[in-house]
Design a protein around this ligand. Structure first.
Ligand SMILES: NC(=O)c1ccc[n+]([C@@H]2O[C@H](COP(=O)([O-])OP(=O)(O)OC[C@H]3O[C@@H](n4cnc5c(N)ncnc54)[C@H](O)[C@@H]3O)[C@@H](O)[C@H]2O)c1
Length: 278
């Protein structure tokens, strides 16, 4: 038996890829490198830019699907959004539309989050901002499992991306985003049970250390967070996106068939620490 990660013959979808700087792109590259046939799902306003990027940095993708994780069905989309110039030619960009366009896959990676009030302390967060954070960042994962689980071959793998703020206070990670990540991790356990019993699929999360993606930059002083995490970690260095990506490929592979309902930390050991000397 070879222990190399071999995803040959598997079809994968990575939802939440809008540029080459985030975890989603790195994960897509890893899955391709492991032999999978990979599609990505991209937020419609980023489609043109992403297509342009692909001409400069080609990666062998099966397809790029327009996708807005806020809408379960096209009928749910307000006319204002549907008619917007960045959406009107995107076809059915809802979760149901994505499921139809993608068909049967073996691996689904949910690598997306958004909280419109993420820079606000929880004490100043509105109900709308809080619910939007949970809806986009956590419910969208539930909806993807609901929509794609039934057509997956048994043994399918779902992986989502979480953050330590689900478990501990990370000052500045506001707007309900910490609650969204806590919900996401709780859902991973519940979905692992339900999807495991119903279809034989696995559901796991990777809790990644801080990394300078476009989304992270929107939260605030990400450079400071990266340095501070590295100084306090057993391995005193920042994480690389490739480390998250290879973990996602491994979790999706036949090497990890015993793992489901888990949150795997890819954070240089930061989450293990209590008091840091000196
Ligand atoms: N960067 C970090 O420090 C860090 C740490 C731990 C976990 N994460 C998580 O990793 C995941 C990927 O984030 P990233 O840091 O790679 O940033 P990113 O900017 O590359 O990815 C976020 C993606 O979410 C997409 N998105 C947002 N709202 C959407 C919607 N309504 N519909 C469809 N797509 C939507 C964006 O277009 C973007 O492509 C997120 O869940 C994030 O919370 C990030």
């Amino acid at each position: 038996m070879s222990l190399a990660i071999d995803l040959g013959g598997k079809r994968a979808l990575v939802a939440g890829v809008g540029d080459d700087r985030g975890f989603g792109f790195a994960i897509a590259k890893s899955l391709v490198a492991a032999g999978a046939t990979v599609s990505v799902a991209t937020w419609p306003p980023l489609l043109k830019l992403f297509d342009l990027l692909l001409t400069r940095e080609p990666i062998a993708l099966e397809a790029v699907h327009p996708f807005d994780a806020d809408y379960d069905r096209l009928e749910d989309v307000p006319a204002k959004v549907r008619e917007h110039r960045r959406y009107k030619d995107a076809g059915d960009f809802s979760i149901a539309g994505l499921a139809t366009a993608v068909g049967s896959v073996d691996i689904v990676v949910h690598s997306l989050a958004n909280g419109p009030e993420v820079t606000k302390p929880l004490l100043s967060t509105s109900r709308a901002g809080y619910l939007a954070a949970v809806g986009t960042s956590a419910y969208s994962h539930v909806a993807l499992v609901q929509a794609l689980g039934p057509t997956m071959r048994p043994g399918g793998s779902f992986v989502t991306l979480s953050y330590l703020a689900a478990q501990r206070v990370v000052a500045g990670y506001g707007g309900g985003m910490a609650a969204a990540k806590a919900a996401l991790e709780s859902d991973v356990r519940m979905l692992a049970f339900e999807a495991g019993r119903k279809w034989g699929h696995r559901v796991n999360a990777i809790s990644a250390g801080p990394y300078k993606s476009r989304a992270a930059e929107a939260i605030g002083p990400i450079d400071q967070l990266i340095v501070s995490a590295a100084e306090r970690s057993p391995l005193a260095e920042p994480i690389a996106a490739e480390e998250v990506a290879t973990t996602a490929a491994w979790l999706a592979s036949p090497l990890a068939t015993g793992i489901t309902g888990s949150v795997i930390y890819v954070d240089k050991g930061y989450a293990a620490m209590g008091l840091v000397p000196g």
